[in-house]
Write a protein that binds this ligand. Structure first.
Ligand code: SF4
Length: 205
């Protein structure tokens, strides 16, 4: 444990370890906020996450198999979540004509109204970010995108719809200037996307 980020002697003399442990604290904050929201609205944390995803993503992504990959869960767990949301009249299924076992999931009117309320659960994390300078925000975004990119390419997290993993993305030789070949425009650091509706994964093309 000598060189573990959790070893306090090592951690307190090592900025990289402090950053990793800080990210762990943030992940804990997300869990706590999600849990508080779930208690307030009698929903489980995954039900809240699925509803927000359904509200904000296109029909081809609103299927059990895609959701399972998105949330790193089994299809059976996601199917159970969808079943419960259906029993609560928060979603509707649209069965596909060519394969009646497959369906697209839509939020019902009641589901959309509820999602508009629960989608602010992470506000407390945004509050200190709002107070940062523009430069600090851009540096933080770039640093986080680089960490996410590494976690994605090393297989720790699956689906990513960010510029760095998109077929339409290109950059200069130093990786500093960014360009989107779909939008045919340069992207400033702050315009790099974390979740882009037009994203096409590099390997998929
Ligand atoms: S399509 Fe979206 S994700 Fe891809 S490079 Fe352009 S802005 Fe980024």
């Amino acid at each position: 444990m000598k060189n573990s980020v959790f070893n306090l002697d090592h951690q307190n003399s090592n900025i990289e370890s402090k950053i990793v442990v800080s990210l762990e604290r943030l992940s804990q904050a997300f869990r706590v906020l999600l849990w508080n929201e779930s208690k307030a609205f009698s929903l489980s944390p995954i039900q809240i996450q699925v509803m927000i995803f359904l509200y904000t993503h296109s029909p081809e992504k609103r299927k059990v198999s895609y959701l399972a990959e998105e949330f790193n869960m089994t299809k059976s767990t996601i199917s159970d979540t969808i079943k419960t949301l259906e029993q609560k009249l928060l979603i509707k299924k649209e069965f596909e004509q060519e394969d009646t076992r497959s369906y697209i999931i839509h939020l019902s009117k009641k589901g959309k109204q509820l999602t508009e309320k629960i989608s602010f659960f992470s506000q407390q994390i945004q509050t200190p970010i709002d107070l940062m300078t523009s430069d600090d925000k851009e540096n933080l975004l770039l640093s986080l995108l680089n960490i996410i990119k590494h976690l994605n390419t090393s297989g720790v997290i699956s689906i990513q719809r960010m510029c760095y993993s998109c077929n339409f993305y290109s950059s200069d030789y130093r990786g500093k200037k960014h360009y989107c070949k779909l939008l045919k425009t340069k992207l400033a650091d702050k315009e790099l996307r974390v979740d882009c509706p037009e994203h096409i994964t590099v390997e998929a093309v």
